[in-house]
Design a protein around this ligand. Structure first.
Ligand code: COA
Ligand code: AMP
Length: 632
């Protein structure tokens, strides 16, 4: 038996022993006696009798054990030209100072704090300061608009918001403060205070009594040497809430606990990403996404790595050599990003000339996730980087890879198009719509046998019933991933598509239902359908098909651009919504359900069967004509 199979079977035969052993990698105030407690939570809870603190494990223990001078965070910002390193000792001081500021603002264990920040070290410091106090952070990606931020504020009711004056996108400064003020105006739950990091590119006005200056407030505590102890927390206490797209405009607040999350992230750093403490680990993503939470901030810091906080783009900051430059300069050992990022590099530098100008000898492998890694991109990347490239599959809900190539245990042969095999903790099955397990090689619903392993969501914030409805109801005894896929005879998984209305745009997960809700709010739109169309760079792009109200006299082009503007204003630029096609009718079933998946397959040039329940098959042809006219 190979090493991976041995470990996987070891877990299967005795999950208690497997996870208690993994828990040895964490420092506990009170060690858990049991790994899994079946009678707690919706489907059981992990390490329920353990007492711990995530900030202590990610920061303090490294300082206590001699890593104080090691770089914890290397901030590299080609978009601003700034670079800065923060040692573990400095990180501890910064985190303690911000925790003291939060305490002054009345934040205590269990309170929520929203973090709405660009990719600056203070974003990670803010997360850790909350973790230190046992306050529950909720990071909101900077590319979301005020209304999306307001929805999240209303759902988690934060006592405080930590934000910055601005973010920087290529060619423009994004003023965050007006977005934040707008969100607070819109929200019915008002945070008592905000802490604002003023950035030199564009500062902002502060509202007296509500807004506090990050630098001034933390400086007071840094010079006074204020101490803030790490709060002793139950392993099951929430560390954070991260909102992710569901099938409606109301995002789902994925809850992450402290104990299980730490145990698996620490375990994964060696087993999956093959890095030892002290090495440099780089994930090019954003702290607003789960990938950023797990593998920019918590995973590498828990493991005592140096993590790179990169504020830039794969291309244009200043060019397509940026990734290679950062790898060389910081001696990155293991690198992780989304396939779309490398598709962007490939488009600008198809021959990989830029990579050859850099010394990549520190780098052992590259990981891809966030969307399907197309074999073309993997082949290209292997050739250009001369490194192994590993696809792996996971979700905001899981918090760490469900399927991957466990390089630190055993590098398994790569099958192109497959994120490889189930990680220990995950019993993955492929089932029919009726819930019957399918033979290997057949396409079906990818589900995970309960219980989910440590680190995965125990519930949704304030929405336990929704958690059960969305994830656990359709296939009793299993967690529904909402991905369709195939498992081959060797246990390799192939993830093919989502089974719901979620699309993946440049590695960003977006709800077409949410966009439809916004578009339907336009006074001239009677009905609409948003689908994901294939895109060479971003994987998918949203396309809206609109039926206008009868009797609309205004130019259609005017309405199209208003609809595009509306989505940008309400959801944000990250939605990348730029296609609005007027149509006369939408294809529906006889019961009135819009046949989005049939439209999507037809437009993407995939085979499709005309649904037996379609009301009028001629509409599919009409959509095709409208689409061809639009794209001509
Ligand atoms: N704050 C404000 N606006 C933001 C933003 C942020 N943090 N992040 C993105 N945006 C804006 C962009 O400026 C762009 O605006 P535009 O329509 O005015 O051009 C829009 O949102 C769409 O952004 P994006 O999808 O990132 O497209 P892009 O054209 O700027 O860049 C890629 C394309 C492929 C280079 C880029 O998507 C990328 O690097 N993706 C990596 C994906 C990733 O990290 N995924 C995380 C999961 S692993
Ligand atoms: P998110 O929650 O934003 O991480 O998005 C999760 C979704 O992205 C999954 O349910 C998949 O649909 C898709 N996804 C993530 N990684 C992969 C991958 N390696 N291969 C195929 N799809 C992926």
């Amino acid at each position: 038996m190979g090493a991976y199979l041995k470990v996987y079977e070891g877990w299967r035969n005795d999950p208690e022993a497997f996870w208690l052993n993994a828990a040895e990698g964490i420092d506990w105030y009170e060690k858990p006696d049991r790994a899994f407690q079946a009678d707690e939570g919706v489907y059981g809870r992990w390490f329920a009798d353990g007492i711990c603190n995530t900030c202590y494990n990610a920061v303090d223990r490294h300082v206590e054990r001699g890593r104080g001078n090691q770089i914890a965070i290397a901030y590299d910002s080609p978009i601003t030209g700034a670079k800065k390193t923060i040692s573990y000792s400095e990180l501890k001081a910064e985190v303690v100072a911000l925790a003291a500021v939060l305490q002054e603002r009345g934040v205590v264990k269990g309170d929520r704090v929203v973090i709405y920040m660009p990719m600056v070290p203070e974003a990670a410091i803010a997360m850790l300061a909350c973790a230190r106090l046992g306050a529950v952070h909720s990071v909101v990606f900077g590319g979301f608009a005020a209304a999306e931020l307001a929805t999240r504020i209303d759902d988690c009711a934060p006592k405080c918001v930590i934000s910055a004056s601005c973010g920087i996108e290529p060619g423009r400064v994004v003023a965050y403060k007006p977005l934040l003020d707008g969100a607070i105006d819109l929200a019915s739950s008002k945070p008592a205070s905000t802490i604002i990091l003023q950035r030199p590119q564009q500062s902002c006005d502060l509202i007296a009594g509500r807004d506090f200056d990050y630098a001034t407030e933390t400086a007071k505590h840094l010079s006074a040497g204020t101490e803030v102890a790490c709060e002793e927390l139950a392993a099951t206490d929430p560390l954070y809430i991260l909102y992710t797209s569901g099938t409606t405009g109301q995002p789902k607040g994925v809850v992450r606990d402290n104990g299980g999350h730490m145990v698996v992230l620490q375990w994964s750093m060696k087993a999956i990403y093959d890095v030892e403490p002290g090495e440099v680990f780089w994930t090019a993503s954003d702290v607003g996404w789960v990938v950023g939470h797990s593998y920019i901030v918590y995973g590498p810091l828990l493991n005592g790595n140096t993590t790179i906080l990169f504020e830039g783009k794969p291309v244009g900051t200043p060019d397509a050599s940026t990734f290679w430059r950062v790898i060389e300069e910081h001696k990155v050992a293991s690198f992780f990003t989304a396939p779309t990022a490398f598709r962007a590099v490939k488009r600008e530098d198809p021959d990989g000339t830029l990579a050859r100008n850099h010394d990549l000898s520190s780098l052992r492998q590259i990981y891809l996730a966030g969307e399907r890694a197309d074999p073309d991109t993997i082949h290209w990347l292997e050739r250009v980087s001369q490194k192994p490239v590993y696809d792996h599959w996971w979700q905001t809900e899981s918090g760490w890879p469900i399927a991957g190539n466990p390089v630190g245990i055993e590098a398994l042969p790569v099958k192109y198009g497959s994120p490889t095999v189930a990680m220990p903790g995950y019993d993955i099955r492929v089932v029919s719509d009726e819930g019957v397990e399918l033979p290997r090689g057949e396409l079906g619903n990818v589900v995970i046998k309960l219980p989910l392993p440590p680190g995965c969501l125990p519930t949704l914030w304030n929405a336990e019933e929704r958690f059960e409805n969305v994830y656990l109801e359709e296939f009793p005894g299993y967690y529904q991933t909402s991905d369709a896929g195939i498992m081959d005879k060797d246990g390799y998984l192939f993830i093919m598509a989502r089974t719901d209305d979620i699309i993946n745009v440049a590695g960003h997960r977006l709800s077409t239902g949410g966009m439809e809700e916004v578009i339907a709010g336009h006074p001239d739109v009677a009905e609409c359908a948003v689908i994901g169309i294939a895109d060479k760079l971003k994987g998918q792009l949203p396309a809206g098909f609109l039926i206008l109200n009868s009797g609309v006299q205004r130019p259609v082009a005017e309405i199209q651009s208003e609809v595009i503007k509306l989505v940008r204003e309400k959801i944000g630029p990250v939605a990348a919504f730029k296609i609005a096609v007027p149509v006369a009718r939408l294809p529906k079933t006889r019961s009135g359900k819009i046949l989005r998946s049939t439209m999507q397959k037809m437009i993407n040039g995939q085979d499709f069967k005309m649904p037996a329940t379609i009301d009028d098959p001629a509409i599919i042809e009409e959509i095709k004509v409208s689409w061809n006219k639009f794209t001509a």
